[in-house]
Design a binder for this molecule. Structure first.
Ligand code: ZN
Ligand code: ZN
Length: 304
C-alpha cells in the first residue's frame, strides 16, 4: 500500500456544534485544505461532521490532528485507504441540516451505546452463530457492488427510506440483528431507529465495511465496497476498483463495456441504463444526439 502516493481518510463524528461554530469550522478546514493541497468532501452540520478527504500522506496526518482537536476527540477513528490518483476534483465543505439524512430529527445518533462490535467481534459472531441476521443499511446500488454473505438487502434508494422498510420488513425479533454500512455512520442512526421500533437484540459493525476489510480482507464480505468518490468502489484489499466506473448517465456503478453508438468511443454504462433509449453512449451529450437520431424518421413520417 505504501507505493500509492495518495492517502485517503474517511471519518465521522457526532458532536453538538452551535450554529455560530459552523462558519468558523468551515473556514478553518477550507484554509487548511487549500494550503496543504487536500481535496474531498466534508458534510458539516450541528450534529457533527462526515467526510472523505485525500492528499499526501503528510497532509492527511496533519489534517487528522486538526480534526481530532476540532471535535475534542483525541481517539477519533479514521478509515485509511490509498490510491494512485486523487479521487476528488476539489475540496468542499457542505453545510447541511443532518450529516446523514433521515429527515427525522428525533433520532439521537450515537445513543445506541453497547451495540458496537469490533471487526473481530463481528467476524467471530458470524463464524460461531448460524442464526444471526445480517442487515445491509445501504442503498440498493451500493449493495449490488458487494455485501456480506447472506445479508438482507432492503432495496432502498436512499437512507431516509430505511426506517419505513424496517417497519414493513418483518425482521425477526428473537434473533440477533447485525447491521452494517460503509464506514459506520449510517448505523449510528439506523440502530437507534430499529431499537425504537422495539428490537432489542441489535448490533452494529464499528467502522463499517472499510474497517472490517482492513482486518479481514478474506472474511465474510463478498465483492467490492462502494465508496463516494471517483474510485467508485474499493476491493477487498481496499485498492481502487478495477471493475467499476461511474455510469455517465445516472451516476451509479457501471460495468457493462459498450462502444458508443454516437461517437464510437469505448464506454462503461450500467445495466439499467443500457435498457433505455440512447444510453448505449459514452456521455449525456452523445445520448442526446442518439435520441434525436432515433426520433428523426418518425418526425419525417409525421410531416409526409
Ligand atoms: Zn446508469
Ligand atoms: Zn459518445
Amino acid at each position: 500500500m505504501g507505493s500509492h502516493p495518495v492517502s485517503i481518510a474517511a471519518f465521522y463524528k457526532f458532536a453538538d456544534f452551535s450554529p455560530e461554530d459552523l462558519p468558523k469550522i468551515r473556514e478553518g478546514l477550507e484554509a487548511f485544505a487549500s494550503e496543504r493541497g487536500i481535496r474531498g468532501l466534508v458534510v458539516l452540520g450541528r450534529e457533527g461532521l462526515n467526510a472523505t478527504v485525500a492528499g499526501s500522506a503528510e497532509a492527511i496526518v496533519e489534517l487528522k490532528s486538526l480534526v481530532r482537536g476540532l471535535v475534542s476527540d483525541p481517539a477519533l477513528e479514521f478509515k485509511d485507504s490509498f490510491s494512485e490518483k486523487v479521487p476528488f476534483a476539489r475540496f468542499k465543505v457542505d453545510v447541511r441540516e443532518e450529516i446523514i439524512t433521515t429527515k427525522d430529527l428525533s433520532i439521537q445518533p450515537g445513543s445506541s451505546a453497547g451495540t458496537h462490535l469490533s471487526p473481530r467481534e463481528w467476524h467471530e459472531l458470524i463464524a460461531s452463530d448460524p442464526d444471526v441476521v445480517l442487515v445491509d443499511t445501504r442503498n440498493d446500488y451500493e449493495v449490488e457492488v458487494g455485501t456480506f454473505e447472506g445479508a438482507i438487502n432492503p432495496g432502498i434508494k436512499k437512507f431516509s427510506d430505511f426506517g419505513r422498510w424496517v417497519e414493513e420488513s418483518g425482521l425477526p425479533r428473537d434473533k440477533k440483528l447485525l447491521m452494517f454500512c460503509t464506514g459506520g455512520i449510517r448505523c449510528e442512526k439506523a440502530v437507534p431507529e430499529v431499537q425504537r421500533l422495539g428490537y432489542g437484540n441489535v448490533y452494529q459493525l464499528q467502522g463499517g465495511i472499510l474497517r472490517y476489510l482492513e482486518e479481514y480482507p478474506e472474511g465474510f464480505y463478498r465483492g467490492e465496497c462502494f465508496v463516494f468518490d471517483h474510485r467508485v468502489a474499493v476491493d477487498s484489499g481496499l485498492q481502487p476498483s478495477k471493475l467499476y466506473k461511474l455510469c455517465p448517465h445516472c451516476g451509479n456503478p457501471a460495468q457493462e463495456q459498450v462502444s458508443c453508438c454516437n461517437c464510437g468511443a469505448a464506454a462503461v454504462v450500467c445495466k439499467r441504463c443500457l435498457e433505455q433509449p440512447g444510453r448505449k453512449t459514452c456521455s449525456k451529450n452523445c445520448a442526446y444526439h442518439a435520441r434525436r437520431v432515433a426520433a428523426r424518421p418518425r418526425q419525417n413520417a409525421a410531416r409526409a
